[in-house]
Each structure stands twice: as C-alpha cells, then as structure tokens.
Design a protein around this ligand. Sequence first.
Ligand code: PAF
Length: 280
Amino acid sequence: MHVFHTISEYRYWRNKLPLDVSVGFVPTMGALHAGHASLIEASVAENTFTVVSIFVNPTQFGPKEDLSKYPRTLAADVALIEQQGASIVFAPAPSEIYPETPTQMIFGIRDLDKKLCGASRPGHFNGVVQVVSLLFHIVQPHNAYFGQKDFQQLLIIKQLVKEQHFPVKIIGCPTQREVDGLAMSSRNVFLSEREREQAKVLSAILFHLQKNRGSFASIESMKNFAYSALSDCPLARLDYFELLEENNLNEMPDLLSANCPHAFIAVFFGTTRLIDNLRL
Ligand code: PAF
C-alpha cells in the first residue's frame, strides 16, 4: 500500500493504471472506526484498487465548530486501511487541496441542504460538496462509498454527481452500530461516560418507531414519543427530530400516504453533536 500526500504523486500512480481496472474511493476525515472499515471492505470487494482519502476539510466546519479539536489519528488510520486491503491512502495537507483561500462555491443541490443538518450548520454541505467534487477530480474513481449514517450527505452527493455529470457511481453503505445501538461516529470519543450511556437514546427512539410504526396514529404522536424519550435523558439537548420522505426530504402529508417515511435525529451532548436516521 502507498501513502501519498500530494496530488502529483497520486496522479502519477493513477495515470499509469490500465483502462480495464476499477478504482473504488472512500473519502474520510480520518479517526477511522468500524463504520469506515465497512466502507473500505465494500470497496475492496468490488474494485481492482481502493483509494482512501484522509482529509479534515476546513470548509465544511462552521466558525464555532470543532475543526481544531477534530480527532487526528493518521498512523492508526493508515494501519486500519492497510489491514482492510486498500491500495492507496491519499492524505493531503489543507494547502494541497486549497492552495489559495477557497472561494465559496454555491451548488444547486435542490434545497436538500436547507433542512436537517443544513439548517443547523449553515454552509456545511456547501463545504462537503466542494471538497468531494475536488476529490473526485483528483482521484478519478469509478465507484465511491459513503455511509448511510450521513443520509442527507449521501442524497446531496448523489445530486452533485447527477448535476455535474461525474462518471462516478455512488454507493450508500449501512450504518454500523455499537452493541447498544449507538451509530458509530468519530465524534463518539468526545462523550463522557454519562453522556455515552444516554447517547443510546437516539437509536432507541428510531428502532422503537420502526418496530411499532403501525401503532402510531400520526406524525405528531411519533414526535411526541421522541420528545418524551429525550426528556428522560437530562444531558441530551435536541437539535432536530424530523420525519421526512426519504428520497427528497420533503415533509410528509401524513403517515399513511407517505412515500418511504424516514426518521432523522440530531442531539447535542455538551458540544458534541450526534446524528442518526432510520427508514420507518
Ligand atoms: O463524511 C465525511 O467524513 C466527510 O463529510 C467527507 C465526505 C469525507 C467530506 O469531507
């Protein structure tokens, strides 16, 4: 396995590949866990070569967000990637990706970026789309793998690829969970013991709603169930809980006529913000 830090090193490798191979790509911000490992595993199984990028993208963090404290664990990440059988780690410095102060790029992402995490983190998805399109230009993958935990991000990237005609197939992979249901995330390491204990409420709400969907008469009653479960967790501060149509994030008229209802939740524990989602 090679570790490249510059675009020119990567391009030298990429340009020598014959036309009949496939390149799978797993973009990450490092601090890798079993969720990332499952993306790499899927890519390794389906492609001749797998490229994993590690880049903590500054443009997707708001001014008051956790860019400087975002965990950076390059040596452990490289070891995990090698163990999963990937071919290349691409770990550029910020100055390599953004040699000049990046201009704000506005993409027409069909208002998919206006709700949920987009409403709570203005500009976040613009930064994600900016870096993912730069990485697609550099890496030139055939297939790219994203976790369904970031469901809104996945929808937005599919829209980006469609609008910008990237010749890349986007593959969404299932959320990986801890034994108690908590969705794996690089931010889980910031939780104190008590916060970690209460953090299982996110997935507990989602799985309860999924299992008992038929016993809820309305969207309102589902929301009330979520609010009541959260009120038992004094350390949890709700950011949003929404029930939306899965393919376009539109509001649902009611539960019966809804097309693929999907529940989305974001909760703060201190300054750590956790998200999860589930199809109901
Ligand atoms: O999901 C992430 O880790 C990031 O948003 C991504 C896709 C690597 C872009 O920085």
